[in-house]
Design a protein around this ligand. Structure first.
Ligand code: F6P
Length: 343
């Protein structure tokens, strides 16, 4: 069989580990040939690809980024996008397309599959961990580790200066990274998109902590966190050429308000793309290897329109359309764990 693979959307630690696993089992077990489309859906639309084999993927397990490149281009952006995907699949002889991506990339996969343009199998990628019907997307564990290590470092400098440190982490629609890193890093407060915050209550909680003699505080803020209506002004994010809002700035705004309302010296750290770069954690390497093997198995079982998912400690398959139908929010029970440590 000839199998196509693409990586789309924001890059993420572990993309190469997934490709490596697909190629390994495809070539050595099934006798397939694998091609990698370049720069996500852009490569499929333009017919740009490279042949992939075990030798090509050697040494890539611990390497961040993606050897195939990525983009936020989607077939939906072109009137003839779906037809161009169909034409490329025919021209390359690829009988299946493994789509490794987050919500945008996988949703495009649903469109392509439902139009009959390609036999699609999805793999859930994103540091945000917001894809439905899977307990884990790969890259998330690595991002939480990076954010936690940063928070650990901020504790000592915050304590030395008696400061409030606001840490902005990624998480555009959901606060998985913030909640996990907030709990792991012993944050004073964690603000997430699922729970609009009241800035007055935030300032009051920090003041309460000070009154108890704790002078340093860490406030973790997900980039998509928003204030309760009418409680604080926040500028609207810019929308880029792909219709993707460019977030960032809430940390700065929260820090300014905390300083103004409490009078405490406050600083901001925006972790940004540091959370997405570099080597995947051991957990992500295992998850990616498992996802890659499961994806090529799904191809050989002809389970088109499926997505591999981590559920109950095992890899299973769900319908791709169901997985992207709704983003997965932070469990209220887990957020309550974070909240139990708020002042
Ligand atoms: O979707 C993953 C993600 O890392 C989000 O957490 C973040 O908001 C976004 O990508 C950043 O996108 P870009 O790399 O295009 O700035």
């Amino acid at each position: 069989m000839r199998v196509g693979v693409l990586t789309g959307g924001g890059d993420c630690p572990g993309l190469n580990a997934v490709i490596r696993a697909i190629v390994r089992k495809a070539e050595r077990h099934y006798g397939d040939s694998v091609i990698g489309f370049l720069d996500g859906w852009h490569g499929v639309i333009e017919g740009n690809f490279t042949e992939l084999d075990v030798n090509h993927m050697r040494g890539t397990l611990p390497r961040g980024g993606t050897v195939l490149g990525t983009s936020r281009v989607s077939p939906r952006m072109f009137d003839d996008g779906i037809d161009r995907v169909r034409a490329t699949m025919e021209a390359t002889g690829a009988e299946a397309l493994i789509v490794i991506g987050g919500e945008g990339t996988l949703s495009a996969g649903v469109g392509v599959f439902e139009a009959g343009a390609a036999n699609v199998v999805g793999v859930p990628k994103t540091i945000d961990n917001d894809i439905g019907l899977t307990e884990l997307t790969f890259g998330f564990d690595t991002a939480v580790g990076i954010a936690t290590a940063a928070i650990d470092r901020l504790h000592t400098t915050a304590e030395s200066h008696d400061r409030v440190m606001v840490v902005e982490v990624m998480g555009r629609h959901v606060g998985h990274i913030a909640t996990w890193a907030g709990i792991a890093g012993g944050a004073t407060l964690t603000l997430i998109p699922e729970e609009p915050f009241d800035i007055e209550a935030v300032a009051e909680a920090i003041s309460r902590r000070h009154r108890r003699g704790r002078w340093a505080s860490i406030v973790v803020v997900a980039e998509g966190a928003r204030p309760k209506e009418g409680t604080m002004e926040l500028s609207e994010p810019e929308i880029d050429q792909f219709g993707h809002s460019r977030l960032g700035g809430v940390g700065q705004a929260v820090a300014a308000e905390i300083e103004a309302r409490t009078g405490y010296d406050t600083r901001v750290t925006v972790l940004g793309h540091v959370q997405r770069g570099g080597t995947p954690s051991a957990l992500d390497r295992v998850l990616c290897s498992w996802y890659g093997i499961a994806a090529i198995d799904a191809v050989h079982e002809g389970d088109w329109g499926s997505m591999v998912a981590f559920r109950g400690g095992e890899i299973s398959r769900v319908r791709l359309a169901d997985a992207v139908a709704q983003l997965k929010p932070v469990s209220p029970a887990l957020y309550d764990v974070a909240r139990a440590f708020f002042p």
